[in-house]
Design a protein around this ligand. Structure first.
Ligand code: CMC
Length: 429
């Protein structure tokens, strides 16, 4: 924070001094909280293109330089050296855990991995064609019914955090098993977080599943790279819902639903569907790119562009090299990867994409990795959600623990009709 002010002059000649807030990395913001009380003006910024909704000590992004750090640590280091569970601890608690803290955290996650048996009935109530995001959001929300202690705001926060983090992976794997008509596989306590998820997804009662260490590494990386991304549609939704005092399960369920959209977490599914479409139509990448540029069908190149990154998304870089490693290791020759590479190369040389600073984002290669792991396309956005849970929880916790938090309540500029009389029905034309 710095002792600076910005001066704003209004059309009627009045002016006011507004405090300037400076972050750790020298980011500057004009604090406009007193503006309305002092002048009657509000600020207008639909889409929150340039609005800081909060200060936060969790994640730092420099979109121009392509930098992403969790609690100060570059994600490249975390992707290479950490595990998802350790990174989750870092995001939620602010520091890397000691070995003892990590052991306790991992043990808690293992102990809370089952879901209440009664919740199994819910799956039967959904049509078999349900998108898994609809099922997961409903299941996370209904956890608040099974753990009503969450309604008591003084109940232990760590317990709810552990439950969500651990059970959501069971919920997701069960949703998949139900959708393909297989019996659900209960978690195995001997397996760590990601391996246990793979077991619940791919084991069948007749055959044990031994997770491949490189597949486990890839899943850890995918989850680590998705674990937080400061303010964004879903995380800000979690904070907004949580700011009303709604319980953590409700807030996280809202995050799941916000993530579902094709411009946010749904993009990874759309990327693979787009690559499949290009392949089905004869793999003419140049034609496809030209159609996008000419806004044919008003489509976008999915997996490209980002509100914040105006440079290569650092997550995409890590995933591109992980895709090479995993596909090589598994001996998979996926034509989707060749199309993706050609698409990237073509777009990065094209003036349209260069001038708009559109680079591959995290979703461009994640779908290819999920395919190689054996995750079906409709589950891709669920995978993003599983990875993002620690970030949502960390932001919810940060907000709840900040005693200065106010309920989120934006304003608007009304552009509708001025006051007018009610017209009786028989006189309306
Ligand atoms: N393909 C083609 N044109 C694009 C694309 C794209 N992927 N992204 C943006 N543009 C164009 C857009 O048409 C607009 O052009 P014009 O000025 O001629 O109207 C210009 O670039 C600016 O677009 P915008 O929608 O104002 O930019 P934004 O910052 O609001 O959008 C975005 C960011 C991610 C929604 C957008 O780039 C997009 O739709 N990308 C494709 C979907 C996608 O991959 N989403 C995943 C994002 S990463 C995961 C996450 O964090 O959620």
């Amino acid at each position: 924070m710095a002792d600076q002010t910005a001066k704003l002059t209004l059309p009627d000649g009045r002016s006011c001094n507004l405090p300037v807030v400076v972050g750790t990395e020298n980011e500057h913001a004009v604090d406009i909280r007193s503006l309305r009380a002092d002048t009657g003006y509000i600020t207008l910024d639909s889409g929150y293109m340039n609005t800081g909704a909060t200060t936060s000590a969790i994640t730092y992004i420099d979109g121009e330089a392509g930098i992403l750090r969790y609690r100060g640590i570059p994600i490249e280091d975390l992707a290479e050296k950490s595990t998802f569970v350790e990174t989750a601890y870092l995001l939620i608690h602010g520091e890397l855990p000691t070995q003892a803290q990590l052991d306790t955290f991992s043990h808690q996650l293992t102990r809370h991995s089952m879901i209440h048996e009664d919740m199994h009935h819910f799956y039967a109530g959904f049509p078999s064609t349900s998108h898994p995001m609809a099922v997961i959001a409903a299941m996370v929300s209904s956890m608040s019914a099974y753990y009503p202690d969450c309604l008591d705001r003084s109940s232990p926060m760590d317990l709810h955090i552990t439950r969500i983090l651990s059970k959501v992976r069971t919920i997701a794997a069960f949703a998949y098993k139900k959708s393909i008509g297989q019996p659900v596989m209960y978690p195995r306590n001997a397996l760590p977080y990601c391996a246990n998820f793979l077991h619940m997804m791919f084991a069948v009662p007749a055959e044990p599943y031994e997770p491949d260490p490189i597949v486990v590494k890839a899943l850890n990386q995918l989850f680590i790279l998705h674990a937080d991304h400061e303010q964004n549609c879903s995380t800000s939704t979690v904070r907004l819902v949580g700011s009303s005092g709604a319980n953590v399960y409700a807030a996280v369920a809202a995050g799941v639903l916000a993530l579902w959209g094709p411009l946010h977490g749904g993009a990874n599914q759309e990327v693979v569907e787009m690559l499949e479409e290009i392949q089905a139509s004869g793999s003419d990448v140049k034609q496809f790119v030209s159609d996008i540029k000419n806004k044919k069908g008003n489509r976008r190149l999915m997996g490209f562009g980002h509100r914040v990154y105006k440079n290569y998304d650092p997550r995409a870089k890590v995933l591109k090299s992980m895709a090479d490693e995993l596909l090589n290791h598994l001996g998979i020759n996926d034509p989707m990867l060749d199309i993706a590479r050609e698409l990237e190369e073509t777009a990065l040389k094209d003036d349209y994409f260069i001038s708009k600073k559109l680079y591959p984002n995290v979703d461009f290669y994640s779908g290819i990795l999920y395919r190689a792991i054996g995750i079906p396309t409709p589950m891709f956005t669920v995978m993003f959600a599983l990875g993002r849970i620690p970030g949502w929880i960390a932001h919810w916790k940060e907000m709840v623990e900040d005693t200065s938090t106010k309920i989120g309540r934006p304003r608007q500029i009304y552009t509708g009709q001025p006051q007018r009389a009610y017209v009786p029905r028989e006189l309306r034309k």
